[in-house]
Design a protein around this ligand. Structure first.
Ligand code: 5GP
Ligand code: ZN
Length: 134
Protein backbone atom coordinates (compact mmCIF):
# COMPACT_ATOMS: atom_id res chain seq x y z
CA UNK A 1 0.00 0.00 0.00
CA UNK A 2 1.38 3.41 -0.97
CA UNK A 3 2.42 5.98 1.58
CA UNK A 4 -0.38 8.37 2.61
CA UNK A 5 1.82 11.45 2.28
CA UNK A 6 2.96 10.43 -1.22
CA UNK A 7 -0.73 10.22 -2.10
CA UNK A 8 -1.29 13.72 -0.69
CA UNK A 9 1.57 15.11 -2.81
CA UNK A 10 0.06 13.50 -5.92
CA UNK A 11 -3.36 14.93 -5.07
CA UNK A 12 -4.89 11.48 -4.66
CA UNK A 13 -5.85 12.44 -1.11
CA UNK A 14 -7.06 16.05 -0.62
CA UNK A 15 -5.18 18.35 1.72
CA UNK A 16 -5.22 21.96 2.82
CA UNK A 17 -2.01 23.06 1.12
CA UNK A 18 -0.05 25.72 3.00
CA UNK A 19 2.97 25.87 0.69
CA UNK A 20 4.60 24.08 -2.23
CA UNK A 21 7.83 24.39 -4.20
CA UNK A 22 10.03 22.02 -6.26
CA UNK A 23 11.10 19.83 -3.37
CA UNK A 24 8.79 20.67 -0.45
CA UNK A 25 5.07 20.36 0.31
CA UNK A 26 3.33 21.67 3.43
CA UNK A 27 -0.26 21.12 4.55
CA UNK A 28 -2.50 21.28 7.60
CA UNK A 29 -2.43 18.25 9.86
CA UNK A 30 -5.83 16.55 9.73
CA UNK A 31 -5.91 16.25 13.53
CA UNK A 32 -4.35 19.47 14.81
CA UNK A 33 -2.88 19.79 18.29
CA UNK A 34 -3.80 23.46 17.88
CA UNK A 35 -5.36 25.14 14.83
CA UNK A 36 -2.69 25.81 12.21
CA UNK A 37 -0.68 22.66 13.05
CA UNK A 38 1.26 22.17 9.81
CA UNK A 39 3.28 19.30 8.36
CA UNK A 40 6.29 20.06 6.16
CA UNK A 41 7.40 17.14 4.01
CA UNK A 42 9.82 16.37 1.16
CA UNK A 43 8.11 15.62 -2.16
CA UNK A 44 10.43 12.68 -2.59
CA UNK A 45 9.77 9.82 -0.20
CA UNK A 46 12.35 9.47 2.56
CA UNK A 47 11.41 7.62 5.69
CA UNK A 48 13.57 9.27 8.31
CA UNK A 49 16.51 11.49 9.27
CA UNK A 50 18.97 8.73 8.43
CA UNK A 51 17.69 8.43 4.85
CA UNK A 52 16.99 12.02 3.92
CA UNK A 53 19.25 13.89 1.53
CA UNK A 54 21.07 16.78 3.27
CA UNK A 55 20.17 19.33 0.59
CA UNK A 56 16.47 18.42 0.86
CA UNK A 57 16.71 18.68 4.64
CA UNK A 58 18.02 22.24 4.23
CA UNK A 59 15.14 23.03 1.85
CA UNK A 60 12.68 21.71 4.42
CA UNK A 61 14.03 23.63 7.39
CA UNK A 62 13.96 26.89 5.41
CA UNK A 63 10.29 26.28 4.69
CA UNK A 64 9.69 25.46 8.37
CA UNK A 65 11.18 28.87 9.22
CA UNK A 66 9.03 30.63 6.62
CA UNK A 67 5.79 28.96 7.68
CA UNK A 68 6.64 29.37 11.38
CA UNK A 69 6.86 33.11 10.84
CA UNK A 70 3.61 33.15 8.89
CA UNK A 71 1.87 31.18 11.65
CA UNK A 72 3.08 33.62 14.31
CA UNK A 73 1.89 36.64 12.36
CA UNK A 74 -1.21 35.20 10.76
CA UNK A 75 -2.54 33.36 13.78
CA UNK A 76 -1.21 35.88 16.29
CA UNK A 77 0.55 33.27 18.40
CA UNK A 78 3.77 34.02 20.27
CA UNK A 79 5.50 30.70 19.59
CA UNK A 80 5.39 27.24 18.16
CA UNK A 81 7.02 23.86 18.56
CA UNK A 82 8.91 22.18 15.74
CA UNK A 83 8.68 18.43 16.16
CA UNK A 84 10.12 15.51 14.28
CA UNK A 85 9.11 12.00 15.32
CA UNK A 86 12.01 9.96 13.97
CA UNK A 87 11.15 6.26 14.18
CA UNK A 88 8.13 4.46 15.53
CA UNK A 89 9.63 4.35 19.03
CA UNK A 90 9.65 8.16 18.87
CA UNK A 91 5.98 8.26 17.86
CA UNK A 92 6.39 8.31 14.07
CA UNK A 93 3.24 6.84 12.58
CA UNK A 94 3.54 7.92 8.93
CA UNK A 95 6.82 6.59 7.49
CA UNK A 96 7.44 9.66 5.30
CA UNK A 97 9.78 12.24 6.83
CA UNK A 98 7.90 15.25 8.20
CA UNK A 99 8.33 18.20 10.51
CA UNK A 100 5.37 19.22 12.63
CA UNK A 101 4.93 22.95 13.28
CA UNK A 102 2.61 23.28 16.26
CA UNK A 103 1.36 26.76 17.15
CA UNK A 104 1.35 27.29 20.91
CA UNK A 105 -1.21 29.17 22.94
CA UNK A 106 -1.04 30.25 26.56
CA UNK A 107 -2.30 27.43 28.78
CA UNK A 108 -3.09 25.10 25.86
CA UNK A 109 -2.34 22.13 28.10
CA UNK A 110 0.20 20.52 25.78
CA UNK A 111 2.76 18.76 27.94
CA UNK A 112 5.96 17.82 26.17
CA UNK A 113 8.01 15.47 28.32
CA UNK A 114 9.24 14.61 31.79
CA UNK A 115 12.95 15.00 32.38
CA UNK A 116 15.23 12.88 34.54
CA UNK A 117 18.79 13.24 35.86
CA UNK A 118 22.20 11.58 35.52
CA UNK A 119 23.76 9.77 38.46
CA UNK A 120 27.52 9.28 39.00
CA UNK A 121 29.34 8.36 35.77
CA UNK A 122 26.21 7.99 33.65
CA UNK A 123 26.66 11.23 31.66
CA UNK A 124 30.30 10.37 30.82
CA UNK A 125 29.30 6.86 29.76
CA UNK A 126 26.51 7.97 27.45
CA UNK A 127 28.63 10.83 26.10
CA UNK A 128 31.40 8.44 25.06
CA UNK A 129 28.94 6.13 23.28
CA UNK A 130 27.57 9.01 21.22
CA UNK A 131 30.84 10.75 20.45
CA UNK A 132 32.59 7.66 19.12
CA UNK A 133 29.93 7.44 16.37
CA UNK A 134 30.27 11.06 15.21
P1 5GP B 1 3.61 11.24 13.09
O1 5GP B 1 2.98 10.63 14.32
O2 5GP B 1 3.94 10.19 12.05
O3 5GP B 1 4.78 12.13 13.43
O4 5GP B 1 2.53 12.22 12.51
C1 5GP B 1 1.72 11.94 11.44
C2 5GP B 1 0.70 13.05 11.36
O5 5GP B 1 0.04 12.95 10.12
C3 5GP B 1 -0.37 12.99 12.45
O6 5GP B 1 -0.32 14.18 13.22
C4 5GP B 1 -1.68 12.84 11.66
O7 5GP B 1 -2.73 13.58 12.22
C5 5GP B 1 -1.30 13.33 10.28
N1 5GP B 1 -2.04 12.67 9.21
C6 5GP B 1 -2.17 11.32 9.01
N2 5GP B 1 -2.91 11.06 7.91
C7 5GP B 1 -3.22 12.28 7.38
C8 5GP B 1 -3.97 12.68 6.23
O8 5GP B 1 -4.50 11.87 5.46
N3 5GP B 1 -4.08 14.02 6.01
C9 5GP B 1 -3.51 14.95 6.83
N4 5GP B 1 -3.68 16.23 6.52
N5 5GP B 1 -2.80 14.62 7.92
C10 5GP B 1 -2.66 13.30 8.21
ZN1 ZN C 1 5.77 8.82 1.07
Amino acid sequence: MECVFCKIIKGEIPSYKVYEDESVYAFLDINPVNFGHTLVIPKKHYENMEEIDKKILCDLIKVVKKIGGAIKKGLKVEGYNINLNNGSVAGQVVPHFHFHIIPRLENDGLKLWDQGEYKNGEAENVLNKIKKEL
